[in-house]
Design a protein around this ligand. Structure first.
Ligand code: B1M
Length: 213
């Protein structure tokens, strides 16, 4: 089992999109649990990519290839992580904040939320604050979920929380934030209702925000 996960990681780091897809299929066939493939094969490798990029050992095009390879693996896992026939437990509007093009983590949160029975309105990446509020007005949204991967885009989360307050929606619409540079302390400081440290934790937090057990 370790061998196939290590091979997935190695291929992802090398940006081998097709191979990551094939190896993910092989791991699924071998019976490796999807969550383990995700955590130990794909996400662990992406952390290495981040470290190497930071150390200037690899460059942006390499990171882009690794991201494509990550999606090849995630596409294989998606159907296994999302169950179709659960009753709807509430609606979450989700997006990577304005200025932020990173969407892998946000998409994982979306997959996991759908898997837990939530309806997800995914606004994509680079989402302007007003867009979150427009979605709240147009749909019966219980939770706004925002993702940021850049320290420079984190302040947009505060803007959205302030807009929620200004519109008198505090309490009716809850806000959860997450992403690599975000932490619980930051979430508290901007008055967000919750912080999710990973996709599974985000689901737990959204369940508790919406009173779903
Ligand atoms: Co960029 N990037 N990147 N990048 N990139 C980081 C974030 C960086 C840390 C790399 C580094 O220097 N080590 C660094 C940020 C530094 C900083 O702000 N302090 C960085 C930089 C600098 C940049 C550019 C500025 C580079 C440049 O242009 N010179 C540029 C910015 C573009 C922009 O957004 N405007 C840029 C571009 C890119 C790519 C486009 C090439 C690509 C993104 C492709 C894509 O997303 N479609 C990319 C990638 C892939 C990364 C790294 C390597 C990996 C991110 C990732 O997908 N991780 C990243 C390094 C790193 O994070 N270690 C890096 C895997 C993913 C599963 O994890 O997103 O953290 P993550 O999500 C987790 C949790 O955080 C959490 O759950 C997820 C699952 O466990 N979570 C939530 C996320 N959102 C949540 C929301 C929640 C709850 C939990 O509630 C709603």
């Amino acid at each position: 089992m370790m061998d196939i996960l290590a091979r997935i990681s190695k291929s992802l780091i090398a940006g081998e999109e097709e191979k990551v897809g094939e190896l993910t299929d092989a791991a699924i066939t071998q019976g490796v649990p999807p969550k383990q493939i995700l955590d130990e094969g794909l996400i662990a490798a992406m952390a290495v990519v981040g470290d190497r990029f930071k150390a200037h050992e690899i460059f942006l095009p390499d990171v882009l290839l690794a991201a494509k390879a990550m999606y090849a693996g995630m596409d294989r896992l998606r159907p296994l992580l999302v169950t179709q026939d659960l009753p709807t437990r509430g609606t979450v509007v989700l997006g990577s904040v304005q200025g932020d093009l990173h969407d892998i983590g946000k998409n994982l949160v979306g997959i996991m939320l759908k898997g837990a029975g939530f309806e997800v309105i995914d606004l994509g990446n680079d989402v302007a604050p007003e867009k979150f509020l427009e979605a709240v007005e147009q749909h019966r949204v219980q939770v706004i979920g925002m993702s940021a991967l850049l320290t420079t885009t984190m302040p947009v989360m505060k803007t959205v929380v302030e807009m929620v307050k200004e519109k008198g929606l505090t309490g009716r619409v809850k806000v959860i934030v997450g992403g690599a540079p975000v932490d619980a302390d930051f979430a508290r400081r901007i008055d967000a209702d919750a912080y999710g440290f990973d996709a599974a934790n985000a689901v737990e937090k959204v369940k508790s925000l919406t009173g779903v057990s």
